[in-house]
Design a protein around this ligand. Structure first.
Ligand SMILES: Cc1cc2nc3c(=O)[nH]c(=O)nc-3n(C[C@H](O)[C@H](O)[C@H](O)COP(=O)(O)OP(=O)(O)OC[C@H]3O[C@@H](n4cnc5c(N)ncnc54)[C@H](O)[C@@H]3O)c2cc1C
Length: 418
């Protein structure tokens, strides 16, 4: 049995855990990051790299009930259910659907806006403080593009909510769109432009850069899988992993889609499930121009320029943590992407699947354990884990230090589902 003495155990070395570990180590804690995998190599590896500060609308929006049958039947829509997982996924889906109300949409958007306003600046701050190359993050905005301009007329609520919270959205016609993205097919006749959104050139590189800073400050990565905890009245006493026992004073659970089991080991439950997502990466080739992430707003996929190719990402698949990947939908989506971006003719260099850690109300869990001193939670960031990682780490640091938080954390507490 391995015996070490890490005082602060951060469980999970995705973008969320690494940001938190870095801030805590910089604060002088003796931090051990527990993860059997390399930092950033799970879900944080394969996202579209968007720093989506303006994505404050919850994913369960009014009208979803009407759209649901079409989505499920289409096979290529934004939501797919893997039928062997249907019964297990149903409680989450029902909770998700119960959020599809105007009042909840407005409330959740207002709460996510408090994070959204600080997402990009928190990354910039963390990058600056730890000498991370500022060029890793650009701020070229994001486009949502449409063949039928009338689709945008249905987005009045979204535009109103965005503007109410200070996030600009511009509606462009086809000519204005092509000035920004000359490579897009002329089929697209309208767009929504979210000009303040950012993008990371290669998502894993940002996690790696934060991780390197953590190690430079003396932080340690222990390649073990957390299993359970021994608690005492003052808080955690020991962390038991697959390979060892470690004395700890404080614990942060940041294990993405795998956090529920760990939280359960503390006697707490949260309705965390996974929204699986896929990407196919296509080689760059001559004459291909893509200046920023572009979302096809009718077919619900993203084309994101990355250092190693154009990444075409899919919507959501409800299928749990153990079913094998099914690449058929994202392969069909690649066909749509090649039609949308006619010079996207390169070879496929990767097919990938990851596990978005998703709460049914589209909000992460950020806060203290409701039951134990010295235990903190940072998981459930769903579609926005890269975006919200740095502000999450700032809030965790503030909670650990016992100082006022930059934004109210009550809306993100684990207790909200009790
Ligand atoms: C296709 C796709 C596109 C996306 N696009 C975007 C985007 O453009 N912008 C954005 O902001 N977000 C995006 N996301 C979402 C984002 O990628 C996730 O929200 C984010 O990666 C979650 O980070 P995490 O650190 O919580 O989890 P992960 O990156 O999954 O890391 C969790 C880590 O915990 C470890 N772990 C699990 N169990 C244990 C245990 N028992 N002990 C120790 N370690 C454990 C795992 O090994 C893993 O390394 C996208 C997701 C997908 C799938």
């Amino acid at each position: 049995m391995v015996q070490t003495n890490p005082r602060f155990a951060v469980i999970g070395a995705g973008i969320v855990g690494v940001c938190c570990a870095l801030r805590l180590q910089a604060r002088g804690f003796d931090v051990c990051l527990f993860d059997p995998r390399e930092p950033g190599s799970a879900t944080s590896f394969g996202n579209a790299g968007v720093i989506a500060d303006s994505f404050i609308m919850p994913y369960s929006t009014p009208g979803l009930w009407k759209q649901l049958p079409g989505m499920l039947l289409s096979g290529d829509g934004p939501l797919k259910v893997r039928w062997p997982y249907f019964v297990r996924g149903l409680p989450w889906l029902l909770r998700f659907m119960s959020e599809a109300r105007v009042d909840r949409t407005r409330q959740v958007a207002a709460e996510l806006a408090t994070l959204g306003r600080l997402c990009q600046s928190s990354h910039r701050e963390l990058m600056r403080e730890h000498d991370v190359d500022a060029n890793l993050m650009k701020a070229n905005g994001v486009l949502k593009v449409y063949r039928d301009p009338r689709v945008i007329e249905n987005h009045a609520l979204e535009h109103e909510v965005l503007r109410e919270h200070g996030f600009p959205v511009e509606v462009l016609d086809g000519d204005e769109l092509r000035q920004l993205e000359p490579g897009l097919s002329r089929e697209f006749r309208a767009a929504e432009f979210l000009p303040v959104m950012g993008q990371v050139a290669q998502s894993v590189k940002l996690t790696e850069a934060y991780f390197e800073a953590f190690v430079r400050l003396g932080g340690r990565h222990i390649k073990e899988s957390a299993r359970r905890f021994e608690m005492q009245s003052e808080g955690p006493k020991r962390l038991i992993t697959d390979l060892g026992i470690h004395d700890v004073d404080q614990v942060l659970i940041a294990a993405g889609a795998w956090s529920r089991e760990l939280v359960n080991a503390l006697g707490i439950d949260v309705p965390l499930d996974t929204e699986r997502g896929y990407h196919i990466s296509v080689d760059w080739c001559d004459e291909l121009v893509l200046n920023r992430p572009v979302m096809d707003g009718e077919n619900f996929f993203v084309m994101a320029p990355m250092l190693d190719g154009v990444r075409v990402t899919s919507g959501t698949e409800i299928g749990g943590l153990s079913l094998p990947p099914d690449f058929s939908r994202v392969r069909r989506i690649l066909g749509y992407a090649r039609a949308s971006l006619p010079k996207l003719t390169g070879a496929v260099n990767r097919e990938w699947m990851g596990y978005r850690p998703s709460m049914p109300d589209s909000k992460p869990v950020i806060g203290r354990s409701p039951r134990h001193a010295g235990v903190f939670f940072a998981f459930g960031h769903g579609h926005l884990g890269l975006t919200q990682a740095a502000i999450t780490s700032k809030l965790i640091e503030e909670l650990v230090m016992g100082v006022p938080t930059s934004v109210a954390v009550a809306p993100f507490s684990a207790e909200r589902f009790a």
